[in-house]
Design a protein around this ligand. Structure first.
Ligand code: FAD
Length: 521
């Protein structure tokens, strides 16, 4: 990542690094024991560790089932994890997740959340949910910048050769085949949530090779098709084509297509992205939520589980029956006493990758360079860039003039040890990266941009590299361990709102029925 020195001489906006508490990691690695004063203990039925979508979904489900004797403990000052958002003028903006494809009718629990949020307008004749128009991503949805011009869509049609077109059509045929594929139990090859996918070896063997290898084996060589697939892997998994498994590559293209030949499900989006869901869930359970509560120790015993939090300089404890562990799985050995020695799976298998997200506050829209350039869209992708481009926050509000906020996404998958590098860069280095990159398409960005705030996600999302999803480790991690029920999206091997929501709801259902209590341990 070479910062552009030329940028230093121009107007440079203000801004800062925001978010993420990095001190907790150091504290946990020291392996200290924490003594809570005897008068600083409380008793609750359930403690939820982590206030991302999984933890919030778990809390929502408990409260829906009229269980109110629980706490949700979140280490950050803000709730939402990688789906959190910011408030601003003229609209809010995401710090991570920014959309949810319309769920299939089978995903009844998630649809009940959409009903509760009044995003739906009933069901069609097939029973599929109808989402109110204003919540579906409006046109133009996406555009791609290539050799100085903007073009409609994500796949670069402009200038495609006959061979590019033939290969793209053949790729679509393969996708259609997988969309229509069913196993002997009638299960699809790829569907959201992952728990519903077929475990037939014809499909799971795709997890043993990279998506790049699958493309090679199937004779795909078209540069723009390969770029399109690489973009997909970077976009949803923070991995390059040769780092992601073929199973997840195909999952991206097939899991949200109802039947062969259909378009992918439409996107539900808001200016603040999935922060809208976070804020709704939070509103439902806010009495039970404790922010700035870093869980430093989870101690299972024969009578239940004790949870110790660090709140500023103070230590607080909760005696509980069960814990829903909705923090990333790799943290479990540092936090749960006895887990490092007795874990029935290897938590280190759950590897995360790093990203940074920048929000650029603009006083006005960039001017088009050509009168007939494709106009500003919701998602604006730069073909010749290691970033994913940017999303325009005012798009969904229909505000097409004046100030806006652009959310720029950069997965650190191009460099070895991207996480360490990310934390070695200063705010200025990262701001220069995003301004230089966007500046290729918008030469006026330095004049327009008043502020750049940056979030460094050290552990942004799980990495579904080959031999992870179907290695058996996820199934083991989904089993409760001594009244501790794991719930993070990691358990799907894929970081998605639907997966986090599924595991949060599932873990709560387990706690509610208590059917799995002390099954192991
Ligand atoms: C840049 C980016 C873009 C994304 N875009 C999309 C998108 O558009 N659509 C989509 O569906 N998904 C997207 N995702 C993925 C999505 O954000 C996640 O799948 C989902 O929000 C994960 O929720 P979670 O609760 O499982 O985990 P997390 O978001 O990781 O939440 C875990 C929470 O636990 C807290 N925590 C950790 N340790 C402790 C502790 N010791 N004590 C207390 N609390 C603790 C953390 O602070 C955090 O709040 C994106 C992710 C990233 C990083």
């Amino acid at each position: 990542m070479a910062a552009c020195r030329e940028a230093a001489s121009r107007n440079f906006p203000d801004g800062e690094i925001v978010g993420q508490n990095v001190e907790l990691g150091h504290l946990l690695r020291e392996g200290r024991s924490f003594e809570v004063p005897s008068d600083n203990w409380q008793t609750v039925k359930v403690a939820i560790v982590g206030g991302g979508v999984a933890g919030l979904a778990a809390a929502w489900k408990l409260s829906k089932d009229t269980v109110n004797d629980f706490v949700l403990l979140e280490l950050e000052k803000e709730i939402g994890g990688t789906s959190r958002s910011g408030t601003g003028t003229p609209v809010g903006y995401p710090w991570g997740a920014h959309y949810l494809p319309v769920p299939f009718r089978e995903n009844a629990e998630l649809i009940s959340l959409l009903d509760e949020m009044s995003l739906t307008e009933g069901r069609n004749a097939d029973g599929d949910v109808i989402i109110a128009e204003q919540f579906l991503c409006r046109e133009p949805e996406e555009r791609v910048f290539y050799k100085g011009r903007w073009y409609d869509g994500l796949y670069l049609n402009a200038g495609a050769s006959e061979d590019d077109k033939r290969q793209f059509a053949e790729f679509q045929r393969q996708i259609d085949r997988w969309v229509g594929w069913r196993d002997s139990k009638g299960r699809r090859a790829f569907v959201v949530p992952v728990a519903g996918c077929s475990d037939d070896v014809e499909v799971t063997s795709l997890d043993k090779i990279s998506f790049a290898e699958w493309l090679r084996q199937n004779g795909f060589t078209s540069e723009r098709l390969i770029w399109y697939c690489d973009y997909a892997c970077r976009d949803d998994y923070g991995l390059k084509l040769d780092q992601a498994s073929a199973w997840v590559g195909l999952f991206y293209f097939c899991s949200r297509v109802r039947k062969s030949g259909d378009e992918s499900q439409a996107f539900i989006t808001f200016p603040e992205g999935n922060g809208r869901f976070v804020n709704h869930l939070l509103e439902r359970v806010k009495e039970n939520v404790k922010k700035s509560h870093a869980v430093v120790s989870v101690i299972p015993s024969d009578s239940g589980v004790d949870v110790v939090c660090k709140v500023g300089d103070e230590l607080r404890g909760f005696h509980c029956n069960s814990v829903i562990y909705a923090s990333p799985v790799f943290t479990a050995p540092y936090v749960i006493r006895g887990f490092a020695d007795a874990a029935p799976f290897a938590p280190a298998e759950f590897q995360h990758n790093a990203w940074f997200v920048a929000n650029l506050f603009l006083k006005d829209r960039p001017k088009p360079r050509f009168a007939r350039d494709f106009p500003l869209a919701w998602d604006n992708v730069l073909y010749e860039s290691p970033s994913l481009g940017y999303v325009n926050a005012t798009h969904q509000k229909g505000i097409d003039y004046g100030p806006t906020i652009l959310t720029y996404y950069y997965p650190m998958c191009h460099e070895p040890d991207g996480r360490t590098k990310l934390f070695n860069y200063s705010w200025r280095d990262l701001a220069e990266v995003c301004l230089t990159d966007i500046g290729r398409a918008h030469t006026d960005i330095y004049e327009l941009c008043e502020r750049v705030d940056i979030m460094r996600w050290g552990h942004a999302m799980i990495s579904p590299r080959p031999n992870f999803i179907w290695s058996g480790v996820r199934e083991k991690a989904m089993q409760p361990w001594r009244n501790i029920h794991f719930a993070h999206t990691d358990l799907s091997g894929i970081a998605l709102f639907e997966e986090a929501f599924y595991h949060g709801s599932r873990a709560s259902a387990e706690v509610l029925t208590a059917k799995t209590q002390r099954r192991r341990g």
